[in-house]
Design a protein around this ligand. Structure first.
Ligand code: XIL
Length: 367
């Protein structure tokens, strides 16, 4: 009988884990703080006492969507925790200009309105990227000179539209391959290998006061690629104000050693540094079947580590900020990660619960 009861209880625990990953394994007292001597916490959530923006000396950003701009739950946390906003998709080429010479400003303006209502900075994302490009650009049939005129017009019109409202732009995104060579895109092919310089010149002319960034992924883990970006930035030093490291990372990568080395290299440019799209995968290899306490702690520690490194390496005057790429796990573009596994990359649970990862950010910011 005792054995049967044990089996039944075990099955129930397993069942509850499978049914609702947000509940997690609450076998202990539910204490939210590990006091050292007492029962260790088993909740992946906690009750915060501080908001991120209030304990940070640099802006803390959130990537958001037009839909979220009208969500009360989203707005409540956004204005409490964050003081900078990036549009997740609303300021991309395919959203802005579905056909040549015509513009849809509605989604981007909704993000700007949200930010202004809540006293948040707007970081513009993104002027030129090889993804989310309208077909009139990819299928352009005119000459290279006509293409250049069309792209210059687009960049000028977008930057002019948001002038005075958008503090900064990711001007060019993801232009390099992993081996440090220039990625071949419609822009490199049509505008030439010096196209990055041209785009920055057009953006600068349209808004001389906006801070202009080069933005890319894997810069935090690939030294070769990061060095290629550093060389390009140094070669265009008068045009480029900052470097955005996207920081789509995991609990295992990058190591602190690699990130420290790379930060030394990017900081040596003297440019503003933005961790522009931070999220931390917990399940890159599929080994995590539910978001349990050990996973939550590993994720908390990684958030804490990378933010500590940012503060240690980047001089205060060069800290443009850290932007988290979405609010709840369910909002994340990586809720199914690149390897096809369910993941939990962000700071808030699907019901806006504060994850321990948030506590890791607070701890790093307060150090
Ligand atoms: C992502 C968005 O979050 C998704 O909603 C969209 O489907 C694809 O793009 N690098 C970038 C971002 O610079 O624009 C991307 O955002 C994530 C990778």
């Amino acid at each position: 009988m005792k054995k049967l009861t044990t089996i039944l209880i075990s099955s129930l625990i397993l069942l509850s884990c499978n049914e609702d990953r947000d509940i997690t394994v609450k076998l202990g007292t539910g204490n939210q703080t590990d006091t050292g001597g007492g029962t260790p916490s088993t909740s992946v959530y906690y009750t915060p006492t501080k908001a991120m923006k209030d304990v940070s000396s640099f802006p803390i950003g959130i990537a958001m969507s037009q839909n979220q701009a009208s969500s009360t739950n989203f707005a409540t946390i956004a204005k409490k925790e964050f003081n900078s906003v990036t549009a997740g998709n609303e300021m991309k080429f395919s959203t802005h200009s579905p056909s040549q010479g015509t513009y849809n400003w509605v989604p981007g303006d909704a993000i700007v309105d949200f930010a202004q209502t809540n006293a948040m900075r707007v970081h513009g994302h993104v002027l030129i990227w090889h993804q989310q490009v309208p077909t009139w650009v990819t299928n352009f049939t005119g000459t290279n000179a006509e293409f250049e005129t069309a792209i210059k017009t687009y960049v000028t019109d977008v930057v002019t539209h948001y002038k005075g409202k958008v503090a900064s732009w990711d001007v060019v995104n993801e232009a390099f391959n992993e081996d440090g060579s220039l990625r071949s895109t419609i822009f490199s092919q049509r505008l030439g290998s010096n196209y990055i310089t041209k785009i920055f010149q057009w953006a600068r002319a349209a808004d001389p006061t906006a801070k202009l960034f080069y933005n890319d992924f894997n810069l935090e883990s690939n030294v070769t690629k990061a060095n290629a970006v550093v060389s390009m930035v140094n070669a265009n030093s008068s045009l480029i104000d900052g470097i955005g490291l996207q920081m789509h990372i995991s609990i295992t990568t990058p190591s602190a050693t690699v990130l420290n080395t790379i930060m030394d290299n990017v900081v040596a440019t003297g440019k503003l540094i933005h961790f522009s799209e931070l999220d931390v995968l917990v399940n890159p290899t599929g080994s995590v079947s539910s978001y349990d306490y050990a996973t939550a702690i590993a994720q908390k520690n990684k958030y804490k580590e990378v933010i500590s490194i940012y503060k240690t390496k980047v001089p205060a005057a060069k800290r443009f900020g850290i932007t988290i790429w979405g609010m709840r796990d369910v909002d994340s573009w990586l809720k199914t990660n690149g390897s096809g596994y369910t993941d939990y990359p962000l700071l808030f649970g699907d019901g806006y619960e504060y994850k321990l990862a948030h506590q890791g950010v607070i701890e790093a910011l307060q150090q």
